[in-house]
Design a protein around this ligand. Structure first.
Ligand code: AMP
Ligand code: MG
Length: 316
């Protein structure tokens, strides 16, 4: 069920329900971080393994301080520069942060979402919200309230319009003086490196098999997906009957073999591509295609994040 009533959603959360939450990245499935049962319900509803920790959403830097032992200097700088925004920081947790939220790890993942309605709600609540993406485990993340409602019609979803970023947050951790990238996301590595210099890249799945955003297979449509710089060559090579092509900035050729063409970014903007990616994948998945061929994006800025998502979506 979709609603625009913030007070109603506040009441639902306060009595221990889980709700669909708009953020600028993707919609979340949100619950009170101090309510063990509500947190358990998030994992059950998503069918997410308990070993995968959740991101905590707070309305201010001070709220984040209340949950962690300290901010390393570079973490403080990044928080003050990018928050509210699509950057999640992994920081040493205080004892009152539940093990269920962090999957028993000594650190907690935190961010301030850059979404007016999410912020309004968080400021009204007496507790922060844990909120992983509002999709069943391994399915495409939702970027609209309608998409959350499609997956979970029985829960109340707060409608905050279409997500403006359209990709999950970038995740960083801190080791001594180093900043470590754990997941590519809606804030590009180059933007982060402009603030703190070179960062280490540990996005390889093998280092942490239990983190869904870092699993080799993730973000998948139900049908097969191939990502390639040469969609037409791929089209000539495949036998599938019902094929859709998702192009970067223009349809390069119309072919009888293609059931549907979609263009991610008619203006060639990578931000526009990010906003449309999950929406179009979800739409194409609903058409009962056998195969989606996606044109690979330029491997820079947000293009790296999008290519990372597509590679994970293409793993069978
Ligand atoms: P999401 O499914 O978008 O909410 O992403 C949650 C991801 O954040 C997890 O899959 C982990 O990769 C990462 N994460 C959250 N909490 C922690 C933590 N305490 N330590 C390490 N990684 C974490
Ligand atoms: Mg997710």
């Amino acid at each position: 069920m979709i609603t625009t009533d913030i007070e109603f959603i506040q009441e639902c959360l306060t009595r221990g329900e889980i709700v669909g939450l708009p953020t600028e990245t993707v919609y979340g499935l949100a619950a009170n971080i101090f309510d063990e049962q509500a947190i358990a319900r998030i994992f059950q509803t998503k069918n997410r393994p308990n070993s995968n920790p959740l991101i905590v959403h707070v309305p201010s830097y001070e709220h984040a301080r209340d949950l962690v032992k300290f901010f390393p200097p570079k973490a403080e700088h990044l928080a003050k520069y990018f928050w509210p925004g699509s950057l999640t920081l992994i920081l040493p947790k205080q004892a009152h942060v539940l093990d269920a939220v962090t999957a028993s790890q000594p650190r907690v993942a935190i961010r301030i979402p850059n979404h007016p309605i999410a912020l309004q709600l968080l400021e009204k609540l007496a507790f922060p919200l844990a909120a992983p993406s509002a999709n069943p485990y391994n399915r495409i993340s939702p970027t609209s309230a309608q998409q959350v409602d499609f997956y979970f019609p029985d829960i109340h979803t707060l409608d905050g319009g279409e997500c403006t970023a359209g990709l999950e947050s970038t995740i960083l951790s801190f080791e001594e003086d180093e900043v470590v990238l754990l997941r590519h996301g809606a804030i590009s590595v180059s933007d982060i490196e402009r603030q703190v210099g070179r960062i280490l890249n540990r996005t390889s799945h093998s280092e942490s098999p239990n983190s869904p955003g870092r699993n080799k297979k993730h973000y998948s449509p139900i049908c097969d997906l191939i990502v390639t710089y040469e969609p037409l060559f791929m089209l000539s090579a495949v036998q599938e009957k019902k094929v859709g092509i998702l192009w970067y900035d223009e349809v390069k050729i119309e072919s009888q073999k293609v059931h549907i063409n979609r263009v991610l970014a008619p203006t060639s903007s990578l931000q526009e591509a990010a906003r449309n990616l999950f929406k179009y994948l979800h739409q194409m998945e609903q058409m009962g295609l056998d195969l989606i061929i996606v044109e690979r994006l330029p491997d820079q800025g947000l293009g790296r994040t999008i290519n990372d998502r597509l590679e994970r979506a293409s793993v069978k």
